[in-house]
Design a protein around this ligand. Structure first.
Ligand SMILES: [Mg+2]
Length: 214
């Protein structure tokens, strides 16, 4: 880890992505894949391995879309926050650090048009997990924002004055409209971070070190 001097934290909120940054779909995707008969029983690997295995099946892309639609919608309550996320929230609560969540998420899945409202499902998950329980979390529902496109998302990062932004997708930070003066934190969930104009972190403990310090 580098020191955190280069993060040049401002005074705005810490910005967080939602899917695959706060919420981990690994086990729900693997378990649904087994239930749908797409994966062998006992399959416990992470999202990328599930995706690769399901896409390799006949009509694999459609099967993968169906799996994702279920995990992000109807079955979202089987997903869990990434390890260490609650410790990060508790630290933000203790330090009175403001947070915003900015998620690029369409209202409905392409594989399930007119089905479950994915934004309401995400808000419901946050509520059920206690993320809006202000006795232990600084997050409020009106600090959760949804964007229809990546361009709109990076525009929100700028407009909301984020002091830094945490996201699992390199594309967000490589977007030509991403505000270069907002330090980027690429969350990998434990995988090695590729090189780029960001700080790579594998665990929420490292996010806390990078954006708050000790
Ligand atoms: Mg994401």
């Amino acid at each position: 880890m580098q020191g955190d001097a280069d993060m040049r934290p401002g005074t705005g909120p810490i910005g967080l992505d939602f899917d695959n940054t706060i919420i981990c779909y690994d086990s729900v995707l693997a378990n649904l894949g087994i239930e749908y008969g797409f994966l062998p029983s006992g399959f416990t690997e992470a999202k990328i391995a599930v995706r690769n295995a399901v896409r390799a099946l006949e009509d694999g892309e459609r099967k993968w879309q169906r799996l994702q639609a279920a995990a992000y919608g109807q079955q979202i309550d089987r997903a869990t926050p990434f390890p260490g996320f609650w410790d990060f929230l508790a630290l933000c609560h203790e330090r009175a650090m403001p947070l915003v969540v900015i998620s690029h998420k369409t209202r409905y899945a392409a594989a399930d048009p007119g089905g479950v409202d994915l934004r309401q499902a995400a808000l419901g998950w946050m509520r059920h997990q206690g993320l809006f329980d202000n006795g232990r979390s600084p997050l409020t529902e009106d600090q959760v924002h949804f964007a229809d496109s990546r361009t709109e998302k990076v525009g929100m990062v700028r407009r909301l004055g984020c002091r830094c932004f945490v996201d699992d997708l390199e594309e967000v930070f490589n977007d030509p409209d991403y505000p270069r003066d907002v330090p980027a934190v690429l969350f990998t969930g434990g995988a090695p971070a590729p090189a780029g104009p960001w700080r790579g972190v594998g665990h929420w403990r490292e996010v806390a070190d990078a954006v708050i310090g000790r």
